[in-house]
Design a binder for this molecule. Structure first.
Ligand SMILES: [Cu+2]
Length: 214
């Protein structure tokens, strides 16, 4: 269920992007589009790994995380100077009407991508080969967000994590609720859940601050 969920999120992010042409974009608009496109490529490159279709590769995860980190936070925000929404940009004026929320999402991307990088050795929640992540699965059940420990975040194991916890968390993120995890909390997640948290942040921002199509 949640597996399907993050795959959908990843595809939305990357395919939504592919359709956009940025012919005619110049200056900061071109610069931010290039940054976004680089992130979209990184998301696409991760998809087969996160699905378990390719061998897990922590170095590749860290490389992708670095791409997100490089284009997030303040580095992203500064490429959106007030009023820079003329064609061919599909940036919405909401960016400058609610600058704190926009900046918070850019920051969230930075924090989650940093957590993704730091937890790159965790591996996928569901994997056959008994990697490190299996040791994280046995914890007692507990609130997802109220403690920072990996075991309580895992609740009753991978299935409850992926079935309930993650989707609740992601749903909250999509709704723009601000329950932001810390770097440490994200780093304690199975890597596919951390990746889902990252791509959900992309989608949350696009939903609110980017026109659907150009
Ligand atoms: Cu473009």
């Amino acid at each position: 269920m949640a597996m399907k969920y993050w795959i959908t999120a990843a595809l939305t992010v990357s395919f939504g992007a592919a359709a956009l042409a940025h012919s005619g974009a110049t200056g900061v608009v071109k610069e931010r589009m290039d940054g976004m496109s680089a992130m979209s490529k990184a998301v696409k490159a991760m998809a087969p790994i996160m699905r378990g279709k390719e061998d897990y590769d922590a170095d590749a995860v860290r490389a992708a995380a670095d791409v997100f980190i490089a284009h997030a936070g303040e580095d992203m925000v500064k490429l959106f100077p007030e009023g820079s929404d003329a064609m061919p940009s599909v940036a919405l004026p909401a960016i400058w009407e609610e600058p704190e929320e926009f900046a918070a999402l850019a920051e969230k991307l930075q924090v989650y991508a940093t957590g993704l990088k730091e937890g790159a050795e965790n591996g996928l929640a569901k994997k056959d080969g008994g990697g490190q992540s299996s040791s994280m699965m046995g914890g007692s059940s507990g609130g997802m967000m109220d403690t920072g420990s990996a075991s309580s975040m895992m609740g009753g194991g991978a299935s409850s994590m992926m079935g309930g916890g993650a989707s609740t968390m992601m749903g909250g993120a999509a709704a723009g609720e601000d329950k932001m995890m810390t770097v440490e909390e994200v780093a304690a997640l199975p890597t596919d859940a951390a990746f889902a948290a990252v791509t959900q942040t992309c989608s949350a921002c696009h939903q609110k601050f980017r026109a659907e199509k150009n």
